[in-house]
Design a protein around this ligand. Sequence first.
Ligand SMILES: [Zn+2]
Length: 222
Amino acid sequence: MLPRMQPKSPDPRREKNQKYQQNNRNQQPSRPQISQMKTNRGEAIRSGRRNMETADKAVDRWKLFEKHHEQRANFIPLNEPEKIRIVPLGGQGGIGEKNMIVLELEKDALILDCGFDLSVDLPGVNFAIPATEYLESIKHKIRGYVISHGHMDHIGALPYIVPKFPAPIYGSHFTNGMVQKQFEGAVESGIEFTPECINMTMDNHERLVNGPFTIELVRITH
Ligand SMILES: [Zn+2]
């Protein structure tokens, strides 16, 4: 026969612990319901200020970019003299859009094409030319213009830009013929300038050296 289970005598330590827990629970401040929460004015102001700081930081990041951009525009660090910079001043928006690309080294630059923007559709405006502010900043570096072919969006702006930044024009016999016609036509607009055109032949892969650049024209389809 099993002995009858005796009811457990209350453990004094356990009783004490239970009482302590209950007291502790009663002392905890009751959390306010969300509906009862009020916005603290100071906290609202501080949070507003934090937002402003975040916005300022975001703006500063762009300012930094601008500064950086200004510094870099016509500057190649001396420890990177071998690097070439390719700066398109037009021709990135599609066909017929003032083609012009500057190839630039530390002390020298070559301009590839110099064309009209034929897509301009404004009353009284027949064409536009590339913006030359950048060329002003590298004026002393410009060694020549290399013209890919004789279409207006590649040669049209030459009479308006070469007199300001004089340098020889490299192209094929045919292209340079077109270039000379452009300059003749510009006399009507009051531009009298005789360009120095250097004819190159593609068929024997003629190469001309101009400073650090070697120029060779290659026949390709348009
Ligand atoms: Zn073309």
